[in-house]
Ligand binder design. Structure first.
Ligand code: EPZ
Length: 418
């Protein structure tokens, strides 16, 4: 197991090129088995979730080749419709393989993904929607068996804009007979990216980015070479790190609209934000002010995936902040680690009450999940003294070369074997 050693208190200066979005690359991997022609996903980030997804596709019989950061997937010989419980447990979001497997094989067998460190994460919305498309679903001994003679287009209404359920419906309806109209769809930029990817393969999908997506089933899909959208959560994480440490940073590649509310909140903290095309420049000087209220909501609301990192920033701002986590039941598990650093935060259910302290101090910290781990890194970078952050396996799931990028910005951070 590795850990980070971080000597905090250094300001950050420089430019960081943002990786392709983890939460786009994963559904694109799933979509790649919808054709028996080769599919290339360019600039795939070096993250373990992508490696896990590659393993899942190999288990199905696909050939997955990495050449540099480009990945070519040839699923012409794919023949299995089963995903092992080990891989489903390792990568919960493999649940949107259901849609692809049903389109390709008319069958799918996956272990029930179950909850995780940030919440229960049920999949009822996924399963109800698949039933509307003509799928028979049997749940037994922790497994879900889905099968259908054919997939039929349907009118589907999601009573919550679930990202994964929206993606599963798109993957199951893209070659179904007839037309599917999905109301109440998630509007995240990664949904738009999946629509663009599928349309580049020959699909007929419109409306992604709004809450109504229309899908006209097509007979076949072709291969494609595609560059995914950039990772708005990685960009937000770096911007929040610069806010917490002070300094001046430019993040390159992300559309400002994709993190609009974060930029508004950073200005509320007292940071200067300058936007030019796909470059976002942040300047942070002196002690910032707390955000009065941060409430996580589906896109375009404040992203739940930046909640922990924002709390870490507010912990050493002036005043107080109320952080409300509306999407996941237990997404404050990182708070006790911040309290070890002197943070004054009280968690009550979905609310965290933050009272800013002048400075956090270094401590030995343990990451418990991906974004909570990123929050601990931000806190350690801005703190006085040395911190260690253990169990980097969580951070490695979604950030490629985090320590290298931070070091290039002037951070004193080392990755050491424990
Ligand atoms: C996606 O997860 C992201 N993961 C998550 O990012 C992100 O936090 C989440 O969307 C919300 O934006 C990927 O894209 C791989 P949801 P997903 O379905 O699809 C409830 C990260 O850190 N729900 O939109 O699982 C669910 O319990 C990860 O990169 C149901 O009740 O999120 C939650 O409360 C973490 N029934 C809410 O909806 C369902 O059938 C949001 O879930 C499905 C979801």
């Amino acid at each position: 197991m590795d850990k980070y050693m971080i000597d905090g208190g250094r300001r950050l200066y420089g430019t960081v090129k943002i990786q392709s979005a983890k939460n786009s690359v994963l559904p694109l991997f799933a979509a790649s088995i919808l054709t028996d022609k080769p599919v290339t996903i360019r600039e795939t980030p070096a993250i373990t979730d992508a490696l896990c997804m590659a393993q899942i596709l190999r288990e199905l019989g696909a050939e997955v080749r990495f050449h540099g950061n480009d990945v070519t997937i040839d699923s012409s010989n794919a023949c299995s419709h089963e995903i092992s419980s080990a891989l489903t447990k390792e990568l919960r979001s493999s649940v949107f393989m259901l849609g692809s497997l049903l389109t390709r094989f008319r069958r799918a067998l996956i272990a029930y993904p179950g909850g995780c460190d940030i919440g229960l994460r049920p999949i009822d919305l996924h399963l109800n929607a698949l039933k509307h498309l003509g799928v028979d679903i049997t749940e037994r001994d922790g497994y879900i068996l889905c099968k259908c003679d054919r997939l039929r287009g349907a009118e589907i209404l999601l009573d919550f804009p679930s990202v994964g359920a929206t993606e599963n419906i798109m993957l199951a309806a893209v070659m179904a007979e007839g037309r599917t109209v999905l109301q109440g769809a998630a509007k995240e930029p990664e949904i738009v990216d999946l629509q663009n990817f599928l349309n580049a393969m020959g699909a007929k999908i419109a409306g992604a980015g709004s809450d109504v997506i229309e899908i006209e089933g097509v007979k076949k899909l072709n291969g494609v070479s595609y560059k995914p959208v950039k990772d708005r959560i990685e960009a937000g994480t770096f911007l929040l790190a610069c806010a917490a440490c002070g300094g001046e940073m430019e993040v390159v590649g992300v559309k400002a609209d994709n993190i609009g509310l974060l930029l508004h909140k950073l200005r509320e903290n007292g940071c200067k934000i300058h936007i030019k095309n796909d470059k976002i420049r942040i300047t942070s000087n002196g002690r910032l002010k707390c955000n009065r209220r941060i409430e996580t909501m589906p896109f375009p609301g404040f992203p739940t995936d930046l909640q922990a990192q924002t709390t870490a920033l507010n912990a050493s701002c002036e005043g107080g902040a109320l952080i409300v986590e509306n999407l996941f039941e237990t997404r404050f598990k990182y708070v006790p680690e911040l309290q070890k650093m002197g943070a004054d935060i009280e968690v009550k259910g979905r609310n965290a009450f933050v009272r800013g302290v002048p400075k956090l101090h270094g401590a030995s910290l343990v990451a418990g999940d991906l974004r909570g781990g990123a929050a601990l890194v931000i806190a350690a970078l801005g703190a006085e003294g040395v911190s260690e952050v253990l169990d980097l396996s969580h951070i490695d799931r979604g950030y490629s070369d985090l320590q290298g990028k931070l070091k290039n910005l002037g951070a004193e951070i080392k990755r050491v074997r424990v």
